[in-house]
Structures are given as structure tokens and as C-alpha cells.
Design a binder for this molecule. Structure first.
Ligand code: TYM
Length: 359
């Protein structure tokens, strides 16, 4: 190979309801990418057991539901690979190897582990601690170059780059000797001339990289928030969406005419960002239209927009989940296509490490 093949990889955990943050921060941004380069979209079921095993039938249903959401949002299984993580063993094998590449100190710095483990760190699963290594394995089992995600995944992607860099360095001579390296596209004194794993580009951009809770503009919109009013779920009907936007926390002032005026107004900033992302425009454009108006005028406009954009998707999700056999067939084909890419990568990795191949 003379250069890394550009490839997109991303995923969502099948836990609880998919919400507007997942859609605007991730899934909706994947859709145009599938026309630009080969793309793989994974339902990361093996990540979904790190914070405790969910009810088995709920996990199965949520896996199909997230698959349906991908397709309803516009991911085309004829163009992109869609599969569930547990079906491709290479993720687990590479994750183990990365457990031996990543340093305890690196993982100790992960803010998401600290948040999720809370005060009772001693009682968190080892899987939750090692979670970022599995995420790195998801990406690097395909030597993926581009990873579109929301802002909360930034630190995990930095760790993925650190793991790739350490592996490339530790095995630099061996990679060269085996003739399976790729010239480093951005040469630097810290890395060998030839790499096996690319240093993945995080793609975190647009007005919706961090959608906040509708009840508290300083907290991220999240599946685990106990208040359902804090988030718009992709399965919410028009009435629920309208009610949640109506009840969304705001401040008493009118909307500013420029984005500078959103500073220190987290709730206003959030609602403007949601409007912008839903309508494919910038926050500036939204404020050009709505600057000077009260929330009593802006909220109904936002609510109409959200219903117009989300309702067709919700209907399509419902239609797709009504035929689980069809979803399973898509996941099966996706897993076969994903394995066909990951298997040779793991074969190389075993060779690089020196595992004796007797089969
Ligand atoms: P997860 O399942 O928590 O979230 C899925 C995607 O949604 C984005 N997201 C948000 N974006 C904007 N505002 C929000 N409030 C918001 N909440 C969530 C996340 O950033 C993410 O892009 N570890 C990942 C899943 C994963 C993965 C991967 C992603 C596993 N392996 C490999 C990329 C590549 C996670 O738990 O995402």
C-alpha cells in the first residue's frame, strides 16, 4: 500500500433511547460522508455492557432499533457497511492487544470514565475502564482514517491516536521488515517513516457537536439523564417534541442578533444550535432571522422544524423495526463485509507481534 485508504468509521451504543444529540452530533453527519469515501457504521453492542449488563432482550431490541435509526437517517446499507460489533471478533482481539499497548496513566486521565464510574470507582467494571481501548480497536481494525463524532468523544480519539503512535513506534522496524507499512503522510520526528496504523482524524464540527440538556444548558443531553424532558428522543411523537421544547429552560431576554450575544446564555445558545443543525444552517444565519425575537416566537418555530425533520424519520424507524428479519439480514451482510476488512488487518498484527501462526 502506498497510502492509507480513506475510510470512515463511527458508532453508537445501543443503550436506551437515541436522542437528538446522537442524531445531530453524529448520525446525521455520517450521511453525506458515505458518498465521499468508504464508510463503516457500527452498533457498538460490546460497549453497551461496560456500565452493567442490560436486560438481554432490551439489548437485542436496542441493537435493531439503532440499526433502524441509521437507515431511517439516510445511511444506505448498499453504500456503507452497517453491522453490530459483537459479530466481528477482530474488535475483541485487537482490544486485548491494545490493553497491552495503552498505559494505565493514559486511561486514568479519561474524563468519561470518571463521570461514569462516579464516586464508586472501585466497583466499576474493568471493561468500563478499558472501554477506550476497545474504541481504538473498533477504529483501527479497519485502519479507518476519519471518525465523525460529537465533542464528548474527543479525548477517546486522542487516545486512539496515542495507541496507534505507540504501536507504530514500538514495532517500527518490524513493520518495515515485513514490508507492510505505509509511508507516514505527515512525517514527524516522533514517528517512524512507515506506519501500520493511521493517525485517525477526529471529525468534530458544525453547530451541534455538543447538544445540551433542555432542562439545564450546562449539562450534556444524555440517554442517562433521569428526566425525559431533558432530551428529545428519536422515537418521540410530534406532541412530545412540542411539549419538551415548550418546557425547555430559557432566560428572559430576546435572542441576540449575533452569536457573540449567546455567550453566557447556555440555554439560548443550545436552542439556536439545535435550530441551525436541524436546518443545515449556521447559528449566525438563525440569528439573522430570529435576532430580537422572544422565545415565545422562536420556540414554536423550532418545534415545527423539529417535528418536520424528525417525524418522517420516526415513522421510517417504526416501519423498519416492524421487520426484524430484514434488519438482521442487513447486519449479517454488514458483519461479513466488515470481517473481510478486519481479518487481514489482524493477521498482519499477529505477524508484527510475533504470535506463532500454526493454523
Ligand atoms: P454514544 O453512544 O454515547 O454516542 C453516539 C454519538 O453521539 C454523540 N453524542 C452527542 N453529540 C452531540 N451532543 C450530545 N449531547 C451527544 N451525546 C452523544 C457522541 O459523541 C457519539 O458520536 N464511545 C462511543 C461509541 C463508539 C465509537 C467507536 C464512536 C464506540 N466505538 C468508534 C466512534 C468510533 C459512544 O459511547 O457514543
Amino acid at each position: 500500500m502506498t497510502a492509507f485508504q480513506p475510510r470512515v468509521f463511527s458508532g453508537v451504543q445501543p443503550t436506551g433511547n437515541l436522542h437528538l444529540g446522537n442524531y445531530l452530533g453524529a448520525v446525521s453527519r455520517w450521511v453525506p460522508l458515505q458518498n465521499q469515501m468508504p464508510a463503516i457504521f457500527c452498533v457498538v453492542d460490546s460497549h453497551a455492557i461496560t456500565a452493567g449488563f442490560p436486560d438481554p432482550s432490551e439489548l437485542t431490541n436496542a441493537t435493531r432499533e439503532v440499526t433502524a435509526a441509521y437507515m431511517a437517517a439516510g445511511i444506505d446499507p448498499k453504500k456503507s457497511i452497517i453491522f453490530n460489533q459483537s459479530q466481528v471478533r477482530e474488535h475483541m482481539e485487537l482490544a486485548w492487544i491494545f490493553n497491552c499497548v495503552a498505559r494505565m496513566g493514559w486511561l486514568n486521565r479519561m474524563t468519561q470514565f470518571k463521570e461514569k464510574a462516579g464516586k464508586n470507582k472501585e466497583n466499576a467494571s474493568v471493561g468500563l475502564f478499558a472501554y477506550p481501548n476497545l474504541m481504538a480497536a473498533d477504529i483501527l481494525a479497519y485502519r479507518a482514517t476519519h471518525v465523525p463524532v460529537g465533542d464528548d468523544q474527543k479525548q477517546h480519539l486522542e487516545l486512539t491516536r496515542d495507541i496507534a503512535a505507540k504501536f507504530n513506534n514500538d514495532f517500527g522496524a518490524r513493520i518495515k521488515e515485513l514490508g507492510i507499512g505505509v509511508p507516514n503522510p505527515t512525517p514527524s520526528p516522533e514517528l517512524p517513516e512507515e506506519l501500520y496504523f493511521p493517525l485517525t482524524e477526529p471529525m468534530i464540527a458544525g453547530p451541534a457537536t455538543r447538544i445540551m440538556s433542555l432542562r439545564d444548558g450546562t449539562k450534556k443531553m444524555s440517554k442517562s439523564d433521569p428526566s425525559d424532558l431533558s432530551r428529545i428522543n428519536l422515537k418521540d411523537d410530534a406532541d412530545a417534541i412540542a411539549k419538551k421544547i415548550k418546557k425547555a429552560k430559557t432566560d428572559p431576554d430576546a435572542l441576540p442578533s449575533e452569536t457573540d450575544g449567546l455567550e453566557g446564555r447556555p440555554e439560548a445558545d443550545n436552542l439556536v444550535g439545535i435550530f441551525a443543525a436541524l436546518n443545515g444552517m449556521s447559528k449566525d444565519d438563525v440569528l439573522k432571522e430570529y435576532g430580537g425575537q422572544q422565545f415565545s416566537a422562536f420556540k414554536p418555530a423550532l418545534s415545527d422544524l423539529a417535528v418536520a425533520k424528525l417525524a418522517p424519520m420516526t415513522d421510517e424507524m417504526r416501519r423498519l423495526t416492524g421487520d426484524p428479519a430484514q434488519i438482521d439480514a442487513i447486519l449479517k451482510e454488514g458483519a461479513e463485509n466488515a470481517s473481510a476488512i478486519a481479518e487481514p488487518v489482524l493477521k498482519d498484527v499477529r505477524k508484527i507481534i510475533g504470535f506463532l501462526d500454526v493454523r
